[in-house]
Design a protein around this ligand. Sequence first.
Ligand SMILES: [Zn+2]
Length: 88
Amino acid sequence: MTDGHLDGNALAGPLSTVFTAEVTTAVAACAGCGRSGPLAAARVYGAPMGYVARCPGCDQVLLRYAEAPAGTTLDMRGIATLRLTTAD
Ligand SMILES: [Zn+2]
């Protein structure tokens, strides 16, 4: 039984409005524990009103994404670095 979270692939659609690169394959380094891994491996909560992605290593919030009539907010303070990979 899971705790009701999705995986990071749930962020593909929402984040496509912010990034033009494929973000779920991007490698995020957690600002809390330093763990690096594809954003698709994050634990994602909160759909459909917004998303909170948590580190699978230490549970720190990696990013928050929210849509509102006034605009889209993306808080990525839990990610130390985000490496967008390029296709070969
Ligand atoms: Zn972490």
